[in-house]
Design a protein around this ligand. Structure first.
Ligand code: UDX
Length: 444
């Protein structure tokens, strides 16, 4: 089978490279000529474990190629995936102008039956809109179907998520399109991957509902964490005790500084917008977003409480990306927290294994450090912001000799308090009351 993928961003390129690995002949198209020139040489413009190898393999085996020519892409693929950006507008709703532009381009150049699939996260109703845009712009009528095949990739484990998904969701307006789409995913039959085949609006909604639900789970446990601090409970054990109930599940119950990334914040905002437009406010999604932004303020309060005063202190921040194994800084809690701390007069020394250079541009006041120990030198507190593996076994004896004060603010609950305190450190974490200074201050 031959397919085309329009848009070589994160979702587009990962999907294209993975379909090529499935044995499909994939042509990826992007209007950004520089990006395409880099990709043709196997140079991937973002960090994701395994993607460079997969792109190189696809190119060398002639199953993956690149172009800036939309006509060529439309001609090449029986299935055309649209994976262009849908950035948030000021009101939180998704900007569909790129999707519409691609729709018009496809309409003008299509000469045979195509299945046109949205892979980017798009509001419910986009499939219908695309159908209208394409129909209205065809110079002469050529049959086509629209479909929705939302992507559930997580950054940092995108290839594994694509190759071994929990499910494949296909929203389609015809039997023919559904069967072509199922064919494309045939390699997953061996893994007995469940397929959810439904209509287009339902598939579009599955994506939003899934992301909003996961985000809500995180905000829920973060609220419970704050309550734990106030009433003397341990959120880690609460999560464990809850998660063992199969109806709840243990994933996405890890308390921390709140969620970031390119999906959860944007998708929650878009769902809230969708509800408002439909005359039905999405109260739970709104609450999940509100709790998330308050969580950042709580983290700043925590740091401030342990330092006594922020002004004049030096803070070392380990991990700046929104989660480990990515250099993505979009909506990263680290950025908002670092900015607030610097505005309050703290000196900031930051380190991240992948996102340091970019972070230094966004946070010009930050001193970019070469490793965790460089960052910790002279610091009054070490803030563990993102749980990269290389921060899981820090040398506390060494840290104690180089820091001004032995304080660890562990915002991902990576360390056991007993261990860290036995090494002479003051340990502050999230939702574990006894060692929390905010609570101690409150309780006198
Ligand atoms: C998410 C969805 O998981 C994925 O299905 C969708 O396609 C895109 O959005 P991603 O944004 O890559 O993927 O990251 P994810 O691993 O889901 O984490 C999102 C955020 O939640 C991160 O900031 C992470 O630190 C935070 N998180 C996650 C928690 O704070 N606690 C948890 O228990 C889990």
């Amino acid at each position: 089978m031959q397919i085309s993928v329009i848009g070589t961003g994160y979702v587009g390129l990962v999907s294209g490279a993975c379909f090529a690995e499935f044995g499909v002949n994939v042509l990826c198209m992007d209007t950004d000529a520089k990006r395409i020139a880099r990709l043709e040489k196997g140079d991937v413009p973002f960090y994701e474990p395994g993607i460079t190898e997969l792109v190189a393999k696809g190119i060398s085996q002639s199953r993956l190629s690149f172009t800036t020519d939309l006509t060529r892409a439309v001609d090449h693929g029986q299935v055309i995936f649209i994976a262009v950006g849908t950035p948030p507008k000021k009101d939180g709703s998704a900007d569909l102008s790129y999707v519409e532009e691609v729709g018009r381009g496809i309409a003008r150049t299509m000469t045979s039956y195509k299945v046109i699939v949205t892979k980017s996260t798009v509001p419910v109703g986009t499939g219908e809109l695309l159908k209208k845009v394409i129909s209205a712009n065809q110079p002469k009528k050529v049959l086509f179907d629209v479909a929705s095949n939302p992507e559930f990739l997580r950054e940092g484990s995108a290839i594994e998520d694509f190759m071994r998904p929990n499910r494949v969701v296909i929203g389609s307006e015809s039997e023919q399109a559904a069967s072509i789409m199922k064919d494309l995913y045939r390699p997953l039959y061996l893994l007995e991957t469940p397929f959810v085949v439904t209509d287009v609006p339902t598939a579009e909604m599955i994506k939003y509902a899934s992301n909003a639900f996961l985000a809500t789970k995180i905000s829920f446990i973060n609220e419970i964490a704050t309550l734990c601090e106030r009433v003397g409970a341990d959120v880690q054990m609460v999560s464990k005790g809850m998660g063992l109930d199969h109806r709840i599940g243990s994933k996405f119950l890890h308390a921390g500084p709140g969620f970031g990334g390119s999906c959860f914040p944007k998708d929650l905002a878009a769902l809230v917008q969708m509800g408002d437009r439909a005359g039905y406010p999405m109260q739970i999604a709104q609450a999940a977003a509100t709790v998330n932004s308050q969580q950042r303020d709580r983290m700043i309060d925590k740091i401030s409480a342990v330092l006594g005063t922020i002004k004049g202190s030096t803070i070392a921040m380990l991990g700046l990306s929104f989660k480990p194994n990515t250099n993505d800084l979009r909506e990263a809690p680290a950025l908002a927290i670092a900015q607030a701390l610097m505005q309050s007069g703290a000196g900031l020394r930051g380190y991240d294994p992948a996102a340091l250079e970019e972070a230094a541009q966004i946070l010009p006041g930050m001193i970019a450090c070469k490793d965790p120990y460089d960052a910790a030198t002279g610091a009054d507190a070490l803030v563990l912001m993102t749980e990269w593996n290389e921060f899981r076994n820090l040398d506390f004896a060494k840290l104690k000799t180089i820091m001004r004060k032995p304080v660890l603010v562990d915002l991902r609950n990576v360390y056991e308090s007993s261990r860290v305190t036995s090494l002479g450190f003051h340990h502050v974490s999230v939702g574990r009351a006894p060692q929390d200074p905010v609570v101690r201050a409150k309780n006198g």
